[in-house]
Design a protein around this ligand. Structure first.
Ligand code: ACO
Length: 157
């Protein structure tokens, strides 16, 4: 598909409102809070990647740093336009995200947490791993509990 592209949102800020709508259509949150969160996308982490087809935003994911794991990152808020699911776009977005993490950010591991999309990620080669803390080491260990469904993918096989 020649007109299918994945790029960082901050390089194409004209897509911010559309991206906001796409995420909010799945996970309701105030528009202003969502827009503020998207404003933090940069060449350093966090980075919001968007999947654009025929100049429309049809997918999104957010890559964040993990303070305690220097060569890893946390991918979250992966979403594809409701009308276009089940057509391979999610897989395409994740593969491009992995490429970006590996070649642009020089990272080796992607961690993510899911409750409900295990099959999708397993098909992409992700494996269940021990819970990790996505917060700084100053946070008590109890915060790890929220990550009990973490799955990871070793990009450099
Ligand atoms: N159950 C079983 N298999 C699935 C599911 C599912 N829910 N979703 C996708 N798959 C399979 C597909 O059948 C396909 O298999 P194949 O390669 O053998 O043909 C493969 O996974 C790839 O599917 P895609 O068509 O690329 O997936 P899609 O474009 O629908 O995107 C996504 C998947 C992103 C999960 C989408 O359904 C979505 O936006 N869901 C709502 C939001 C959500 O739950 N996001 C994930 C949150 S977890 C996180 O962000 C880390």
């Amino acid at each position: 598909d020649a007109d299918l592209k994945v790029f960082p949102l901050h390089k194409h800020p004209q897509y911010k409102q559309e991206c906001c709508n796409l995420i909010n259509d799945e996970w309701k949150r105030s528009i202003s809070a969502r827009m503020r969160s998207l404003d933090s996308s940069s060449d350093k982490l966090p980075t919001n990647l968007i999947l654009v087809k025929d100049m429309k935003v049809i997918g999104h994911c957010k890559i964040s740093s993990i303070p305690s794991i220097k060569n890893g990152c946390f991918v979250e808020s992966v979403v594809i336009d409701k009308a276009l699911r089940g057509q391979g776009y999610g897989k395409y977005l994740m593969e491009k995200t992995e490429e970006y993490c590996k070649s642009v950010l020089n990272l080796k591991n992607i961690y993510l947490s899911t409750k409900g999309q295990e099959t999708f990620y397993t098909k992409l080669g992700y494996n269940l791993c021990q819970p990790i803390s996505i917060y700084g080491s100053s946070i008590p260990n109890s915060s790890i509990a929220t990550q009990s469904r973490s799955i990871n993918n070793i990009l450099l096989k």
